[in-house]
Ligand binder design. Structure first.
Ligand code: ATP
Length: 199
């Protein structure tokens, strides 16, 4: 599995549609300060479901939409598509090529798609978490992040290892199941109260 291409449209400084193609192996993005290198990395984590504006180096989520320049008006939407080569079947989906698309509108609406079909964020997260990539995986190592791994306390270090081992997905499912159980217990208690009242 490898990343094949990334297309940005209206994302941060990329007002016009821009496609980066990645060959297997190492890709270097070079350019002057402020030319948008980090914006490319932001686009990668955004399309994989990043929800935190701060992680994307912005104040609010809409900051990812092209805000305009002296020569060009702001845009109303940002869209990023990431195409992954899945010929080795690393992603648990029946396609040799998978394209994830995330779109955000300035009025707040947001949408995800898998190979052109609208889907939920959860579908993207589940698809990626099995492969070891995704929003909370540390495949994207930001500036200064190595320091935080090295200086993490034992619990923090454990979280990194769990992410790498793919435990996170199951932990999330467990938490969801426990919340459901909790709600169910509340309903059960209510039913028992009603039965007691009727006796
Ligand atoms: P450095 O080498 O200094 O780290 P860089 O190449 O990584 O720089 P980025 O941080 O990716 O540069 O890009 C910063 C540029 O992106 C700035 O010029 C900023 O104005 C522009 N930018 C960020 N968000 C938006 C937006 N929503 N609309 C328009 N331009 C944006």
């Amino acid at each position: 599995m490898h990343l094949k291409s990334l297309t940005l449209r209206g994302f941060k400084s990329f007002a016009s549609a821009t496609t980066l193609r990645f060959e297997p192996g190492i890709t270097c993005v070079v350019g002057p300060n402020g030319s948008g290198k980090s914006n490319v990395v932001d686009a990668l984590s955004w399309v994989m479901g990043e929800q935190g504006a701060k992680s994307l180096r912005g104040g609010k989520m809409e900051d990812v939409i092209f805000a305009g320049t002296s020569g060009r008006a702001p845009l109303g939407r940002a869209e990023v598509s990431l195409t992954i080569d899945n010929t080795d079947g690393a992603l648990p989906i029946d396609y040799t090529e998978v394209t994830i698309t995330r779109t955000m509108f300035r009025n707040g609406g947001s949408e995800y798609a898998l190979n052109g079909n609208v889907c939920r964020l959860l579908d993207i997260q589940e698809l990626l978490s099995d492969s070891g990539i995704g929003r909370e995986m540390h495949v994207i190592v930001g500036q200064g992040q190595l320091d935080s791994v090295l200086h993490a306390d034992p619990m923090g270090r454990r979280a990194f290892i769990e992410e790498a081992a793919g435990v996170l997905k199951h932990r999330k499912r467990k938490e969801k199941a426990l919340r459901k159980l909790d709600a169910m217990q509340g309903n059960l208690n209510r039913v028992q109260d009603l039965v007691a009242e009727l006796r």
